[in-house]
Design a protein around this ligand. Sequence first.
Ligand SMILES: O=C(O)C(=O)C[C@H](O)[C@H](O)CO
Ligand SMILES: [Mg+2]
Length: 402
Amino acid sequence: MKIDAAKVIVTSPGRNFVTLKIMTDQGVYGIGDATLNGRELSVVSYLEDHVLPCLIGKDPRRIEDIWQYLYRGAYWRRGPVTMRAIAAVDMALWDIKAKMADMPLYQLLGGRSRDGVMVYGHANGADIEETVEAVGQYIDMGYKAIRAQTGVPGIKDAYGVGRGKLFYEPADAALPSLTGWDTRKALNHVPKLFDKLRATYGFDHHLLHDGHHRYTPMEAANLGKMLEPYQLFWLEDCTPAENQEAFRLVRQHTTTPLAVGEIFNTIWDCKDLIQNQLIDYIRCTIVGAGGITHMRRIADLAALYQIRTGSHGATDLSPVTMGCALHFDTWVPNFGIQEYMRHTEETDAVFPHDYIFRDGLLHCGETPGHGVDIDEQLAARYPYKPAYLPVARLEDGTMWNW
Ligand SMILES: O=C(O)C(=O)C[C@H](O)[C@H](O)CO
Ligand SMILES: [Mg+2]
């Protein structure tokens, strides 16, 4: 069996997606996601110019060997571009293998560990009242877990502010839009949101919050402590994770569970945080961290320390990643939760899929493979449009984390 062709499909049904299709001499094909939000075309070039020529003629069943070939063989290891390209190949090859085996992907990984995958949705609002209302809408839809973000008085367009709909598309302009940040104002405001949420809805639902890398370690520790009475499921990205020692400081001060990893690319980004038990949930996902092959290694390392998975699942992760993630989540023993920001109808139409939402859980389907395809004719109707994530500045103009 041989790979005889491969192509990259760029489409923008509401937002940009980069998709890889690998074809074989036996007529079976596989689909992978390679979307890197705001930097999409760099992965297109990496794949088309440097990866696809090396794949032609290879045996698609040798998933591990091809992974090692692309990772070690490039010499320039790791990083978001390289690891997304490898992830796309890996997803497509697992899709092919599962189709050949006539099994849904989770069966190849080791079979079902649970009935369905608990997901959390994003509730956003311009102020506390709006966010409380948005959380109520998710509760009404059956969600068991909800992430809550609110606008903060005096901060212009901070991340998470609602725009009149349930989900939020961060890559919103042809050049990066400018948002503001002020930690003092946020620290005074965010605990009030959770106070109101618990007073309104009680403690039956899981609540989550994303700090989006914007606090210093001591500020993050302070926030974690202030949020303790509201028993969050997690506080995410409370401080930047380049210096991982920072998490020790946060950890020493608060029992609020910590999650990190949506911008990590390999097990090496996770290793010290996991082995020092500085986090509770690891947020890497299939597309960001080298595909199913590499995510398995990360999850297994985390399991040794009772750290659970909580994979990134914003709208920039295409339905292809979501399909793979749900098969992974259905199998992985140390599953925690899965982020689920719904895609638009246009996106769902371009990527026909068999996963469904029922009673707060997502369920992967039983179609052989990962269960997600691409309608190429429809995809061609949505040409690429440059779209950037915003940038953030403090009141005095200083660039800040986003
Ligand atoms: O989903 C999250 O937790 C995010 O922080 C979303 C990110 O802003 C988004 O995926 C960036 O591309
Ligand atoms: Mg996040």
